[in-house]
Design a protein around this ligand. Structure first.
Ligand SMILES: [Zn+2]
Length: 283
């Protein structure tokens, strides 16, 4: 199958192959934060991202199998209760986004999951390419909510076909380093996660890193009390304390970081930040 057909066959890849390059170009034209060495940084994220996306593509075959098996064997709620397809789609997309919120909270709560998730957070910048800066091992956790909800709710493939590109588009947007009109950010911020909220989740300050867990909708953060007033974005250091050095930021260092135990917090004058002395690492 050609790359073009593959993109058409899976709208998630269509979003990836159009949205990501577009945002990278826009970030170069109108960045929220300017910085040196951006291209080198983006290129490293794309290398890690390619490994991660390839892993999800392979594991995604299991999700496709599960969708077929669910339909064939009449597993789950919607295969036993008569619900119009469009309501199944709305409820299914909401359920997947709700599950993603709790999966993300688990990533920050359990040390094993954090070891995989840490690579995403050790990015000293936040830009669209950060979206796919994930450890290949994190693909298992990220696909887990789908693997659980498909047979449990009896999800139709259409739910995944709609949810997957929406979730990716939302993540590309809320990680982007773009100078956007404040009014747009404010209006969108009532409904979905925006960069002006999500950057706080990438802060080196524990209080903020343990907030803003939403993927598409901001609703879950509002409901469960994890939406904090954000600090000044331009003055907020991002990354994970102890993982700023060149070795930790190399491709090998990033992939190997999951084997490392918790590192002491270094390199940040805590008194200047005036918050807490803990690293973002759980436990
Ligand atoms: Zn996170």
């Amino acid at each position: 199958m050609s790359l073009y057909n593959l993109a058409l066959a899976n709208p998630r890849y269509a979003v990836m192959l159009t949205g990501l390059p577009l945002l990278i170009v826009l970030e170069a034209i109108a960045p929220f934060l300017e910085g040196d060495g951006r291209w080198r940084h983006t290129a490293k994220n794309l290398v890690i991202g390619a490994i991660y996306v390839a892993t999800t593509a392979v594991l995604g075959l299991g999700i496709v199998w599960l969708l077929h098996a669910t339909g064939r064997n009449h597993w789950g709620l919607f295969n036993h209760v008569s619900v119009p397809l469009w309501i199944q789609v709305v409820l299914g997309v909401l359920a997947l986004d709700f599950a993603d919120y709790w999966r993300h909270r688990a990533d920050h709560t359990f040390r094993l999951l954090w070891r995989f998730h840490r690579l995403h957070h050790s990015d000293p910048l936040m830009e669209a390419s950060t979206t796919i800066r994930n450890h290949p091992g994190a693909a298992i956790t990220i696909l887990a909510p789908r693997a659980i909800l498909i047979p449990l709710l009896g999800l139709d493939p259409l739910v995944l076909i709609i949810h997957a590109p929406l979730a990716l588009a939302g993540q590309l947007y809320h990680h982007s380093n773009l100078k956007l009109p404040p009014i747009l950010e404010r209006v969108l911020g009532y409904f979905i996660v925006t960069p002006s909220q999500h950057f706080a989740h990438h802060a080196k300050i524990r209080k903020y890193a343990d907030s803003q867990f939403g993927v598409i909708l901001i609703l879950w953060d509002k409901l469960f009390g994890t939406l904090l007033q954000t600090p000044d974005r331009a003055a907020t250091p991002m990354g994970v304390r102890g993982y700023d050095d060149a070795a930790s930021q190399s491709i090998f260092g990033m992939l190997a970081s999951m084997f490392e135990k918790k590192k002491p917090a270094t390199g940040l004058p805590l008194a200047a930040v005036g918050l807490d002395a803990r690293t973002q690492e759980p436990g």
